[in-house]
Design a protein around this ligand. Structure first.
Ligand SMILES: *[C@@H]1O[C@H](CO)[C@@H](O)[C@H](O)[C@H]1NC(C)=O
Ligand SMILES: *[C@@H]1O[C@H](CO)[C@@H](O)[C@H](O)[C@H]1NC(C)=O
Ligand SMILES: [Zn+2]
Length: 367
């Protein structure tokens, strides 16, 4: 296969090479760039996710293939523009999976496709990042502990008409769950109506609460911001993460497998009892244990286990300030756990050059 060309910053790419008479892909190719599969940034889990992402393109989740999907019921087209000019996938299973995910009855709830770097009226081969953070088919794969093979993605493959998909084996997508049909729109992400987005620049918790995070945006978020894991030492579940000496001690942090990130302003009360030093709210790591669905207790250094009512906040004996207890993030999804292998960031295939995503790179090739 000598016709592949090198595109800088691309980790992997994929394309189908051949379809049957009805447009179903029957042969394809996935290219993984060797340089990015070794060295310190290598993560087995991230490499597996990258391959799955590319295979899904070959199997049908591709701008080259949307128009040949078979199961379009009465609809003539799979993708078309919604009222605001955003291209979406409108197929029956995708719509009902999204209704379930966002807890909305909107019958026109198509699956948003990424519009960055795409001409108006054209489609891309990825889900819109603001609405599908963490999905295996977002343009840029998140930290591997956050990447999910989510139900909406699997139902899209079902709607190609070429596969029987066992959607029950999908992984839960916490991002946006229950947030309604307007979730992730540019108008709602900045007005603090959703706890998934943040504004300004500050420290808090990544939405899965496995990591501390910093409020940041990126090119795909188009001005919306989210708490992204810090570059180092942000994993609450990593026991070896260095506590920042005296400062960590005064905030009561504990790192370890059952620790999660909480928005907290706790400071240990000082015996000298000078006028209180009130800490700012930031993400801090405390232990947690589940006592039921969406019910849990937390353990701050030097204190007892205490009930943390989801959606509320609590004070801890011996500390000034308070801890917020996230609602519907902890003790609700059985498949959200610390990863089984080392975590690091690993950009997805083609992530950094959206305009070239899914370029047909197999063209004519000799076997
Ligand atoms: C879904 O929406 C209904 C009606 O608005 C509400 O009662 C219910 O609590 C919501 N469920 C979730 C999981 O958000
Ligand atoms: C990250 O690591 C670098 C180098 O080891 C260190 O200088 C920096 O303070 C660390 N950052 C945090 C947030 O711990
Ligand atoms: Zn891709």
């Amino acid at each position: 296969m000598k016709y592949f060309y090198f595109i800088p910053n691309i980790l992997a790419d994929a394309a189908h090479c051949q379809t049957d008479a009805l447009g179903r892909p029957v042969a394809g190719v996935v290219v993984i760039c060797r340089e990015r599969l070794k060295g310190e940034t290598f993560s087995h889990q991230a490499a597996v996710q990258t391959v799955i992402h590319e295979l899904f393109h070959v199997l049908g989740f591709s701008k080259e293939l949307f128009h040949t999907w078979r199961d379009c019921s009465s609809m003539s087209q799979v993708t078309y523009s919604d009222g605001s000019g955003h291209m979406r996938i409108y197929t029956p299973s995708v719509i009902s999976a999204l209704q379930k995910h966002l807890n909305s009855t909107d019958p026109e709830l198509g699956g948003w496709l990424e519009n960055l770097g795409v001409l108006p009226g054209k489609v891309s081969s990825h889900w819109e990042s603001r609405i599908f953070q963490g999905s295996i088919m977002a343009a840029e794969l998140a930290d591997s502990s956050s990447v999910r093979i989510n139900p909406v993605t699997l139902t899209a493959l079902q709607d190609t008409g070429w596969y029987n998909v066992d959607v029950s084996s999908a992984q839960s997508l916490v991002w946006g769950n229950g947030e309604g049909a307007m979730f992730g729109s540019l108008s709602t992400c900045q007005n603090k109506s959703s706890s998934f987005f943040c504004s300004g620049s500050g420290f808090g918790c990544h939405y899965l609460h496995l990591h501390k995070g910093e409020c940041k945006t990126d090119q795909y978020l188009e001005g919306c911001s989210v708490y992204k894991p810090l570059k180092n030492g942000s994993e609450c579940w990593k026991k070896e993460n260095p506590r920042r000496s005296a400062e960590a001690d005064s905030t009561g942090e504990i790192f370890g497998f059952d620790s999660r990130c909480f928005f907290s302003s706790l400071t240990r009360q000082n015996r000298s009892q000078f006028p209180s030093f009130i800490s700012t709210v930031e993400g801090r790591c405390y232990r947690h244990r589940c006592t039921g669905p969406n019910r849990y207790q937390i353990h701050v250094s030097g204190s007892e286990w205490v009930e943390c009512p989801a959606g509320g906040s609590i004070q801890i004996e011996g500390y000034q300030g308070s801890v917020s207890c996230p609602d519907r993030r902890l003790c609700l999804y059985s498949d959200i756990t610390p990863p089984s292998d080392a975590v690091d960031t690993f950009p997805a295939g083609s992530g950094s050059t959206p305009a070239q995503m899914n370029t047909v790179i197999c063209r004519k090739h000799s076997l």
